[in-house]
Write a protein that binds this ligand. Structure first.
Ligand SMILES: Cc1ncc(COP(=O)(O)O)c(C=O)c1O
Length: 361
């Protein structure tokens, strides 16, 4: 049995009390708690608006719809990410165009971006993978030069910063996930952040059947709403996010100090706040290490075992013969170790010692 899990939602009585209050109110669907959560989240990220959704996937879908992505368009993104970065591009009838990653940060390589831009390109979705900010300056510069919109996939990067700016406030939209393994959770849930008031209004309509007022519809909309139960959990979790993040950063530092002599530890780009959604090492004998960790009761994860361009769902949409050599190599070697705020000193020592024993055996 795994004793040290790869992730663990962190709750106390406050989340339980907040959920009980909503249940007692009898108003469970999108209501005052959602609006309060949106206001607080926008303030935390430093954007004028935040629009809560049912998941990170629907947040990305909503942002693409709001930015007018339609059949025939191309959207550039990284192939080394969770599938839900790219499936919303397909939901809009557009084509995902994958650009290989930087071998150090594992994020989209800005130097390879320009070559992928065509007259059909409408948007770029950089992903801040594992909580490490993507290279936003060159990405935004290129986007502006080619009149493209930028949607940040910040699903793993709550509280991360790039050159002093909050992730989710740099592109046209930021998209967050509050899935239970994330740095903060609402059970299931998501959020789109933006500074554009017109777009925020449009997104709020699109997520709720296009309803201006009850039964007054002015567009074809979706049900992408968050519930007040989820938002009540989110408000409490947001109040603890900085504390959680500091603990993740400290845990990551200890893991790195303990293991840097024996394995490829995570790189941190200059002038960023990496929030360590995952602590990911590179190890050629990954499978053996994973078994050794499991035998010691330590959970681990492979995020992600395949680059998206290798998955069957994307085969009809990519250029024949396309390859992403860096993403392919990295996906065969990455292994994420527990770094969540619930780890004790002993847990961290046990992880370090198990990794070292395996490598040095
Ligand atoms: C990078 C990335 N994008 C998108 C998503 C989708 O979020 P959700 O699971 O909340 O739909 C996730 C999380 O699972 C993610 O990690």
């Amino acid at each position: 049995m795994t004793e040290i899990t790869i992730s663990k939602p962190n709750f106390d009585g406050a989340e339980k009390a907040a959920v009980a209050e909503v249940l007692d109110s009898g108003m469970l669907a999108q209501g005052p708690k959602v609006f309060e959560f949106e206001k607080q989240f926008a303030e935390y990220i430093g954007t004028n608006h935040a629009i809560a959704t049912s998941s990170g996937t629907t947040a990305i879908h909503l942002a693409l719809l709001g930015l007018g992505i339609k059949p025939g368009d191309e959207v550039i993104t990284t192939p080394f990410t969770f599938i839900a970065t790219a499936t919303p591009i397909l939901f809009c009838g557009a084509r995902p165009v994958f650009v290989d990653i930087d071998p150090k940060t594992f994020n989209i390589d800005p130097q390879k971006l320009e070559a992928a831009i065509t007259d059909k390109t409408k948007a770029i979705i950089p992903v801040h993978l594992y909580g490490q900010p993507a290279a936003m300056d060159p990405i935004v510069e290129l986007a502006q030069a080619h009149e493209l919109v930028v949607i940040e996939d910040a699903c793993q990067a709550h509280g991360a910063k790039y050159h002093g700016k909050s992730i989710g406030s740099i592109g046209d939209c930021g998209c967050f996930s509050f899935y239970p393994t994330k740095n903060m959770t609402t059970s299931e849930g998501g959020m789109v952040t933006t500074n554009d008031s017109e777009m925020a209004e449009n997104l709020a309509l699109l997520r709720n059947h296009g309803q201006l007022q009850r039964y007054d519809y002015n567009m074809i909309g979706y049900n992408f709403r968050m519930t007040d139960i989820s938002a009540a959990i989110g408000i409490v979790q947001l109040s603890k996010l900085e504390q959680f993040t500091e603990k993740r950063i400290i845990n990551a530092k200890k893991l790195t100090e303990g293991m840097e002599d024996v394995v490829g530890v995570p790189y941190i780009a200059p002038d960023v706040r990496h929030v360590f959604h995952q602590y990911t090492i590179k190890q050629s004998s990954r499978d053996g290490l994973r078994s050794a960790l499991e035998a010691a009761g330590i959970g681990s994860g492979i995020y992600y075992p395949k680059s998206l361009h290798q998955l069957p769902v994307f085969q009809d949409h990519i250029t024949e013969g396309y390859s992403a050599p860096v993403a392919e190599e990295v996906s065969s070697e990455v292994l994420s170790l527990p770094v969540h705020p619930g780890l004790s000193e002993e847990d961290i020592e046990k992880i370090i010692n198990t990794v070292k024993d395996f490598i040095q055996q």
